[in-house]
Design a protein around this ligand. Structure first.
Ligand code: 5GP
Length: 147
């Protein structure tokens, strides 16, 4: 194997969110992972799941980091299906390295709650912050209801 990843750089946006240097709409966390809203949502409710410990992406992540993230992905996804949140399905996205579509170099999984017949919005379009805040509140409530 000759893949040699760039070293992890702790000045990336998600590391700053973890250190609370920049704000985020946080919806869930446990000892190992944090979930917050994507501010350029491809669908309403677009979230990001990250490990609290550093790694660049799926390729240099430990088995424990991957397991913790996917456990949280499943937990949050299940809370959004059906009432009260009302998602009909979940799309999961995860990108690695520039050619793979990665733009922020701290491992993350995109959770996209889907509604029957919906369509993804184009990428890189700033969302409406009030709408994202309201969506975050609905998601927090759904996660609490499922607990
Ligand atoms: P990637 O292409 O690396 O998988 O996706 C990075 C994601 O981070 C994109 O969906 C983008 O909208 C999101 N993003 C970029 N900057 C910020 C930010 O400052 N805050 C939040 N919450 N999301 C961001």
């Amino acid at each position: 194997m000759d893949y040699a990843p760039e070293p992890y750089a702790d000045d990336n946006i998600f590391a700053k969110i973890l250190r609370e240097e920049i704000p985020a709409f946080r919806v869930y966390e446990d000892a190992e992972t944090l979930v917050f809203m994507d501010i350029m949502p491809r669908v309403d409710g677009h979230m990001l799941v990250i490990p609290k410990t550093p790694c660049r992406n799926m390729l240099d992540a430990s088995a424990d980091q991957l397991a913790a993230c996917l456990k949280t992905v499943q937990k949050v996804s299940l809370a959004l299906l059906g009432a009260p949140y009302g998602a009909d399905g979940i799309s999961l996205q995860q990108f690695n390295e520039p050619a793979g579509g990665q733009e922020v170099y701290h491992l993350h999984f995109h959770i996209l709650p889907r509604r029957d017949g919906d369509a993804l919005r184009p990428p890189r379009q700033q969302g409406d912050m009030e709408a994202i805040a309201a969506e975050a509140e609905r998601i927090r409530a759904a996660i609490a209801a499922a607990a």
